[in-house]
Design a protein around this ligand. Structure first.
Ligand code: GDP
Length: 437
């Protein structure tokens, strides 16, 4: 069984918690795109784990984790995270953490280029995490990238660094930054790659064997659907494909081997960084945004930046459901809305006076959207920690059903708090076997 988990909105839907919940029922958890810009928070008892690069499955000692070929890996950040996890009592060995030889490396000049690129864009900046992820993908597509397998050969690594740095320094210096030195980068990177070596493996064969042995594999998307470089709100997107198709390419698994796709949908929406956000709570709804931000702890897990908050957008989420083919949905953060008198759901858009029910591809159109809302009554009672759907207030159940109907997918799981056991598993034939050990 191979399941893909994908954020349905603009990220931070609570994928970390859901993956963590499922991880000990799966043999392998793999990431297939992105880099150390993910930032999942997982709470287990009184311990908080923040995962940027490693799959959330790493917290479970019996789970093997894989960093797939669709990822870009900063070796320095990799070991910082490995060391951090070890200091929190998680044992990490090459037996349970595999880095694909085809993944690309993020180099120090990529970080520098991320800064210059954002500076160049000025007011139009993307709002990247400045970790070099976008520039590393640019090099990958530009066929200049350095893959893990290349870096294992000192000659190739040296040559590529020298060649790439010539061009990178031209840009870096133009923006008034000090040039970088090839020797220094080579030395630093070689030491890290040497430490990385035991973790490296060619994984398409690994996955093929795992499939033959009927292993359960979970493919964990980072970022989210509306940040997909092809399908998201371009250009305010990430540089990779978090959507379901990306899972096949980014892990090296045939599409028809994938059993199902689980969408992670939050009961409201947030967005970090720049870019269009049709249901954003603006000035007149600032008090509401502050309430949700506080109750939902909507601050970046790594950057601590306050997230922009907004109402549930059924048009955008239905688009995500169609695009990814969600078989089921995990609805998160129901408890955050407990305090609200009324809850708005965007059920359609108005653009230039016309009703639109599909998600527009044109970036300019996204800025013109006037959301059409339906207002539902709040339930005004506590759902935190509820584990049985029958125990939810009637209005909360109605809200869940309304969202499910508006996106056209059954809800398989409802999250009622950040902890593993604060979860309702809805009996759902689509998810049969997903929760078995
Ligand atoms: P991710 O990147 O999609 O995993 O999202 P983040 O980890 O950045 O943000 C999700 C935050 O919400 C984390 O602090 C989670 O612990 C928390 N969280 C997840 N599910 C729930 C929930 O159902 N209720 C509440 N109150 N918090 C939740």
């Amino acid at each position: 069984m191979i399941i893909v988990i994908i954020g349905a909105q603009w990220g931070d839907e609570g994928k970390g918690k859901v993956v963590d919940l499922l991880a000990d029922r799966f043999d392998i958890v793999a990431r297939y795109q992105g880099g150390h810009n993910a930032g999942h928070s997982v709470y287990v008892g009184d311990k908080a784990f923040v995962l940027r690069l490693l799959p959330s499955g790493i917290i479970h000692e019996d789970t093997t984790c894989v960093l797939g070929n669709g990822m870009v890996i900063d070796p320095k950040a990799f070991f910082e995270e490995v060391d951090q996890m070890q200091s929190q009592g998680i044992s990490i060995t090459p037996e349970r953490l595999i880095v694909t030889s085809r993944a690309h490396l993020i180099m120090p000049y990529h970080r520098a280029l991320d800064h210059t690129s954002e500076e160049r864009l000025g007011n139009e900046k993307i709002g990247t995490t400045l970790r070099g992820i976008g520039p590393a993908y640019e090099d990958k597509v530009g066929r200049r990238g350095i893959r893990v397998s290349d870096a294992l050969s000192p000659e190739v690594l040296k040559l590529r660094i020298e060649r790439n740095l010539e061009e990178a320094n031209r840009i870096i210096v133009t923006y008034g930054q000090p040039p970088l030195y090839a020797d220094q980068i080579f030395e630093e990177t070689s030491a890290l790659v040497e430490r990385l070596k035991p973790f490296v493996c060619e994984t398409s064969h690994f996955f093929s064997e795992a499939k033959k042995q009927n292993k359960k594999i979970l493919l964990e998307g980072a970022q989210a659907t509306l940040l997909d470089v092809d399908h998201g709100t371009y250009p305010y997107v990430t540089s990779s494909n978090p959507t379901a198709g990306g899972a096949s390419v980014g892990a090296g698994i045939p599409p028809h081997h994938i059993t199902g796709v689980l969408g992670i949908v939050r009961t409201y929406a947030t967005r970090v960084g720049e870019g269009p956000f049709p249901t954003e709570m603006l000035d007149e709804e600032e008090t509401m945004a502050n309430l949700i931000r506080k109750r939902g702890n909507e601050y970046g897990s790594v950057t601590k930046r306050p997230r922009r908050c907004g109402w549930f957008d059924a048009v955008a989420t239905r688009y995500a459901a169609e695009l990814n083919g969600f078989n089921s949905v995990a609805l998160t953060k129901l408890d955050v809305l407990d305090a609200l008198d009324e809850i708005k759901v965007c059920i359609g858009y108005e653009i230039n006076g016309e009703r639109v029910d599909t998600f527009p591809a044109v970036s300019q159109d996204l800025r013109l959207i006037k959301p059409i809302y339906e207002t539902l009554e709040g339930w005004k009672s506590e759902t935190l920690g509820v584990t049985d759907i029958e125990k939810l207030p009637k209005k909360a159940r109605e809200y869940v059903e309304f969202l499910s109907n508006s996106i056209g997918v059954e809800i398989g799981l409802i999250s009622t708090g950040p902890e593993r056991d604060q979860t309702i598993i809805v009996q759902n034939s689509v998810m049969e076997g997903w929760f078995d050990k």
